[in-house]
Design a binder for this molecule. Structure first.
Ligand code: 5GP
Length: 223
C-alpha cells in the first residue's frame, strides 16, 4: 500500500467534528418530530448549536426555559422587537416567536454551525439577511400520522389540532422551495439523513480551505 493511502490528511474526520459557521434552517409543521430530531442529531454530531428562540407562548410541561425557548411576556418581546434584536420574528397561531441575531463571526471562529427551528414565514425573512442558509423541511409520513401525533401529545384541544392541521397544509406547500426534504417515518433514519446533509454541506462549503490546506501540506512536504 502506498504512503498516500496509509496516511490520510484527516479532512473527512474534521467535517464530522467541526462546524464551519453554517446556518441550517429546519422547518416542519408542529408535531412532525422536529425537536426530537434536532436533539438526536446534536447528541451524535459535534459542532452544532441550537438557536433558542424567544416566544410569548406558555411553556409545555416537558419544555425548559433557555433550552427549548426563552419564554417571555408580550411586553418584553415588544421591547426586543423595538430594539431590533431579532433576525426575524413571526406570529404563529396567535403567539409571537423571534430568532435572536446570531454572531456569525463568533460562530465561525468557534467552529460551530447553527440550527434555526423556524417556520416558513421566518425562513423567507432570514434569506434576506443571511448569506446562503441551508433549508431543510421535515415532513411527517402522512396527514393521518401527524393528526395522531398531535392528538397523542395532548397539548391541544380538538379545535387547536384542526387549526394546526390546516396551518400545516399551507406551510407544507412551501417545502418545494427548500434544499432538502426529509420524511420523518422512522426517527433513527431521519437523524441519519440530517447528519448526512450537515456533513455534506460542511464538505461543500469548506472546499476552498480544504484544497488550500492540502496544497500547503504538499508544499511543506516538498520543501
Ligand atoms: P411550537 O409552538 O409548536 O413550538 O412552534 C410553532 C411554530 O413556530 C413552529 O412551526 C416553529 O417552527 C415556529 N417557530 C419557533 N420558533 C420560531 C422563531 O423564532 N421564528 C419563527 N418564524 N418561527 C418559529
Amino acid at each position: 500500500m502506498s504512503m498516500i493511502y496509509e496516511k490520510s490528511f484527516g479532512f473527512e474526520q474534521e467535517m464530522k467534528e467541526k462546524g464551519v459557521g453554517l446556518i441550517f434552517i429546519l422547518s416542519a409543521p408542529s408535531g412532525a418530530g422536529k425537536t426530537t430530531l434536532v436533539k438526536g442529531v446534536m447528541e451524535q454530531l459535534p459542532g452544532l448549536r441550537f438557536s433558542v428562540s424567544f416566544t410569548t407562548r406558555l411553556p409545555r410541561p416537558n419544555e425548559k426555559e433557555g433550552e427549548d425557548y426563552h419564554f417571555v411576556s408580550h411586553s418584553v418581546f415588544q421591547k426586543m422587537l423595538e430594539k431590533n434584536e431579532f433576525l426575524e420574528w413571526a406570529e404563529v397561531l396567535g403567539n409571537r416567536y423571534g430568532t435572536p441575531r446570531p454572531d456569525l463571526k463568533k460562530l465561525r471562529s468557534e467552529e460551530m454551525d447553527l440550527i434555526l427551528d423556524i417556520d416558513t414565514q421566518g425562513t423567507k425573512k432570514v434569506l434576506k439577511e443571511v448569506d446562503q442558509p441551508i433549508l431543510i423541511y421535515l415532513l411527517p409520513p402522512s396527514l393521518k400520522v401527524l393528526r395522531e401525533r398531535l392528538m397523542q401529545r395532548g397539548f391541544d384541544s380538538l379545535e387547536m389540532v384542526k387549526f394546526r392541521l390546516s396551518n400545516a397544509k399551507k406551510d407544507m406547500e412551501e417545502a418545494s422551495g427548500y434544499h432538502y426534504v426529509v420524511v420523518n417515518e422512522r426517527m433513527e433514519e431521519a437523524i441519519e439523513k440530517l447528519k448526512s446533509i450537515i456533513i455534506a454541506e460542511r464538505c461543500r462549503r469548506s472546499k476552498v480551505s480544504i484544497i488550500e490546506k492540502n496544497m500547503k501540506q504538499w508544499e511543506d512536504k516538498d520543501g
